[in-house]
Design a protein around this ligand. Sequence first.
Ligand SMILES: Cc1ncc(COP(=O)(O)O)c(C=O)c1O
Length: 388
Amino acid sequence: MIFDEEINQTIRFMKPSGIRKFFDIAATKKGVVSLGVGEPDFITPWHIREAAIHAIEKGRTFYTGNKGLPVLQEAICDYYRRKFNVTYDPRENVMVTVGGSEGIDVVLRALCQPGDEVILPTPAYVAYAAIIEMAGAKVVEVELKEEERFKLTPEALKAAITEKTKAVILNFPGNPTGGVMSREDYAGIVPILKESGIFAITDEIYAELTYEGKHVSLAEYDEVKDRTVVINGFSKAYSMTGYRIGYILAHKDLIEMFNKVHQYTIMCASTPSQYAAIEAAYNGDDDIEEMFMSFRHRRNYIVKELNRIGLKTHMPEGAFYVFPSVKCSGMSSQEFCEKLLDEENLALVPGDAFGQAGEGYVRISYAYSLEEIKTAIEKLEHFLAVHS
Ligand SMILES: Cc1ncc(COP(=O)(O)O)c(C=O)c1O
């Protein structure tokens, strides 16, 4: 690269996303079956699409306030109260963002300074580590273990906290493991958060896809609420990935700081999409239920089938990913996925794309039709037979 010396050196040495890199290879091949992308396969429910169309027809095409439309701020607070029993003030505690993605970026950039450490339980969604580094902070990985159902334990959290720790990132239900934290699990974590005074950034984007019991939001715990920053959005729950609407819920003083970053970089989220999100938040419960049932059915099917063909797979309690171990093949995650793509035309994501703790696993998204899932299982079964 001719600009190597001039470019920001953090960006220069940043590894490209392990997911993207892999799908670039897949895109050059014909007839590839992919269970790689974490995006619901449903078209956005019609009444939500109609709300966006209607907004455009009515000429609601101007900037909104930086923090989002007041009606959407209210709808988000109403949703959190109704669903998770958490109260926030629509004017003080909410900022609408361009997807959960912008939320993660804004929060980390506003909180972190060079020298800070951010605890990242891994395997983790690929954006966190990159954004922590771009914010000038250091990633401190904590391994989530399969035998602990990919939950964060109090012991692991405590051991990772140092004087430099600024925050911990929690993502439950989690991408890529489907791990979930129950009320009992949080009972061990919350006192440590309180005592240490670190921020907890809780990415609850898969909250609606909690299969056993109800999602527990960390913001429910009053003793740590001031230092809890919730990130959520409409992409996964309502199948609205392309609308790019997310939000941050936090203490009003933090929201003011986040808004500084947001107003200079983004201005505001897309206006027609915000109208669609209002419709989703108020009238989308039945859609969520329908998609939930379908995902749960696919989860049960794929876990049963993967175990049948010999890939040990734990039953994920949330999100729409399974994380089978491929250690039985004797191959590394990368090798397994490369050979699978090469020989069977099947694209999965190597587990190490989500941090070193993901080595020995692959991520399979079941946000695909049952037909595609069945085809993928056949290909995997053939692949394992050839390599046994
Ligand atoms: C854990 C997690 N957080 C955030 C996002 C970003 O979602 P969006 O920006 O579409 O709201 C994703 C997307 O895959 C994710 O898996």
